[in-house]
Design a protein around this ligand. Structure first.
Ligand SMILES: [Zn+2]
Length: 164
């Protein structure tokens, strides 16, 4: 009697561990793909967060901005967390940063300059770049279709983009 229960428990435990490890490996297999190697918004290398409903990978700074938009628009989860739902993984597998950019940035000018976060110590970002990045992300995901009606000139004015 005891032997049977112990064996059953061991089998269950082993199965659960295997599933958990496989999911972690699956997620890593997505993160090592070239298109997912940089934050989809600011291009910072090695993103460690994901918007699991949008199916894209983002950096810590952009994750903070995504959270401010509300979970009804973008639902942020850490890629380090081991309890990923299958649907989150599927969104990120099917979409990813390549498709994400192609979709959400399809109407941006080809020569637009991507806003970047500039850390100035601790969790703080330089104000001008933080403001530009926030405006970019907000417009990109909330007003995605509006971009189709924005001229290049309007876009440049809105994001104060100047070529150096
Ligand atoms: Zn970023």
């Amino acid at each position: 009697m005891w032997d049977t229960r112990t064996t059953h428990s061991n089998v269950s435990g082993r199965t659960a561990t295997t599933v958990k490890r496989d999911r972690y490996l699956d997620l890593n297999s997505l993160l090592v793909q070239k298109c997912n190697g940089n934050c989809v918004d600011c291009d910072k290398p090695r993103p460690t967060w994901a918007s699991v409903n949008l199916g894209i990978f983002i950096c810590t700074e952009c994750a903070g901005i995504h959270r401010s938009l509300g979970t009804h628009i973008t639902f942020v989860q850490s890629t380090k967390m081991d309890k990923w739902k299958d649907e989150w993984f599927e969104n990120c597998r099917v979409i990813g940063n390549g498709v994400g950019r192609a979709y959400y940035e399809h109407s941006l000018p080809k020569d637009f300059i991507r806003p970047r976060a500039v850390p100035v110590g601790g969790d703080c970002l330089r104000a001008q770049e933080a403001s530009d990045l926030k405006a970019f992300i907000r417009n990109k995901y909330i007003f995605v279709f509006t971009y189709a009606f924005l001229s290049k000139k309007m876009f440049e004015t809105q994001f104060r983009i100047t070529k150096s």
